[in-house]
Design a protein around this ligand. Structure first.
Ligand code: HEM
Length: 449
């Protein structure tokens, strides 16, 4: 038996690894370089009336890819490798799949960014090809191993696993679409992603891959984390069908150039699915009993979750409104500056969920005390302000719209920088030591609403 086989057949060994760590650190590095900071910087260029020409689409598009697959994707994949085997009470092969996925994803994101934005050395086409192939390998290996782990174990399969399976299915679609995007860009010798296929890619990645995964994990842990009444599983199953049918219709419509009515139907399906999901999770219900926690658990955790799901619903409704406007212009939003729908979901739902869930999951995985609770309160306010100002500037026409967008970008970037600081402190040995001290002296459980 090879040494890697011995690893994978010894659950004690793989489970003692913190495989999510390099993913989370890389995710934060991408967010703070190619993601949030680049997004904010290009807005400042516009605010200062500096004409970026084609640098605007190339930078915003590569920023979009870095944010979805780098910031959100790497975080989700890291947690996926850690959580999925535990959901199945099983093991996962370690370490080469995790190392390959991380390497391929980082290569994919960096080479796409450089391939679109560095135009002086005529190396764009090879970089775009490397990016698409690496992404296909990264997403492919991730889906293969997470999918195979979902099939392991004797326990009955449950609904959260179906959400995660849907997420891995969409990850494969994302990889296929990216290969097509690279092919078309190389074929036409262009550094700009064709608009129609770009939209398909964003829908499949943002909602199909990332959001489905978050829905699965939320269903698995949120009711017990928050002491909520049990989730309504049938309703939840209906939301799974609605959301995924909606994504499917949207993608087919955009790919085949069907009428806008089909697109409208897809978006309505998806938004109704969001609403049903929230109702099924009973996220805004009263708790069954006051929670009992060891001291130092972050109390505002549920505010993160509640605001994230609120923004998800707003994002869905905004997309419905926008499409009503496309079908009958007088009713639509007066403007659509800075892709408000994408950001209400990407920043409002996905980013807030990542931060919120981390405050509860990472201390648990690390057996460490979560530091800087006051700072997490500040982040909660800043990130919500960032989404709200993005929404206002995105749908209302007024003179200071670009200034408000720049404010939104600054708040968002600052939030992620501060979150990075929290994670950095949490991953230090001192936080684990503090936890050991706390549990050694058996501090009494505290009760709070
Ligand atoms: C403070 C944070 C952010 C800032 C300042 C920012 C800024 C921008 C800007 C200026 C654009 C161009 C919009 C246009 O074309 O009109 C854009 C596009 C985009 N952003 Fe962001 N963004 C941020 C966060 C995020 C997050 C968290 C995500 C996803 C998780 C995201 C995903 C995207 C996507 C997918 C696009 C569209 C790219 C394309 O057209 O192909 N952004 N962003």
């Amino acid at each position: 038996m090879s040494s890697s086989d011995r690893h994978s057949h010894n659950p004690g060994l793989w489970s003692s690894q913190r495989t999510y760590r390099p993913f989370i650190i890389s995710s934060l590095c991408v967010a703070l370089t190619l993601g949030f900071t680049t997004g904010a910087a290009i807005i400042f260029f516009r605010l200062l009336d500096i004409d970026l020409g084609t640098a605007w689409p190339t930078h915003t598009q590569s920023h979009g890819m870095a944010q979805i697959l780098g910031w959100a994707g790497l975080f989700v994949m890291g947690l996926g490798f850690h959580i999925v085997p535990r959901i199945r009470n099983s093991s996962i092969k370690f370490p080469w799949p995790q190392r390959c996925v991380l390497t391929f994803m980082i290569v994919a994101i960096i080479s796409r960014f450089l391939g679109q934005t560095v135009t002086s050395f005529s190396i764009n086409n090879p970089l775009l090809a490397v990016s698409a192939i690496s992404l296909a390998l990264g997403l492919g290996i991730f889906s293969l191993f997470v999918g195979a782990t979902l099939l392991k174990g004797r326990a009955r399969h449950r609904l959260p696993e179906l959400w995660i399976a849907a997420s891995t299915g969409w990850a494969i679609v994302v990889a296929g679409l990216d290969l097509m995007i690279a092919y078309r860009m190389i074929d036409s010798n262009s550094v700009i992603v064709p608009s129609a296929i770009g939209k398909l890619f964003i829908e499949a990645a943002l909602i199909g891959f990332i959001s489905n995964f978050i829905f699965g994990i939320s269903l698995q842990v949120v009711p017990s984390f928050l002491n909520l009444p049990p989730a309504r599983l049938r309703l939840n199953g209906v939301s799974l069908v609605c959301i995924n049918t909606g994504i499917g219709i949207i993608i087919l419509t955009l790919a085949k150039d069907f009428s806008n009515w089909w697109l409208f139907a897809g978006v309505v399906f998806k938004t109704v699915g969001f609403l049903i999901y929230i109702l099924s999770l009973r996220l805004y219900s009263r708790k069954m009993s006051p929670g009992k926690y060891i001291v130092n658990v972050y109390r505002r955790f549920e505010w993160y979750l509640q605001s994230a799901y609120f923004w998800l619903l707003i994002g869905g409704m905004l997309q419905v409104w926008k499409l009503i406007g496309d079908l009958h212009s007088p009713i639509g939003p007066p403007t659509s500056l800075g892709a408000p729908t994408i950001h209400v979901v990407g920043l409002g739902f996905i980013t807030i969920m990542i931060i919120g869930m981390s405050t509860r999951m990472l201390p648990m995985f690390e057996a460490a005390l979560l530091p800087l609770h006051g700072l997490l309160d500040v982040i909660l306010i800043l990130i919500n302000l960032s989404v709200a100002s993005r929404l206002i500037a995105g749908i209302i026409r007024f003179d200071l719209a670009w200034t408000v967008l720049a404010l939104s970008g600054s708040f968002g970037t600052l939030s992620i920088t501060l979150f990075g600081l929290v994670v950095w402190k949490l991953l230090r040995r001192s936080s684990r030591q503090e936890y050991i001290e706390l549990t050694r002296y058996k501090v009494k459980l505290k009760t709070f609403e």
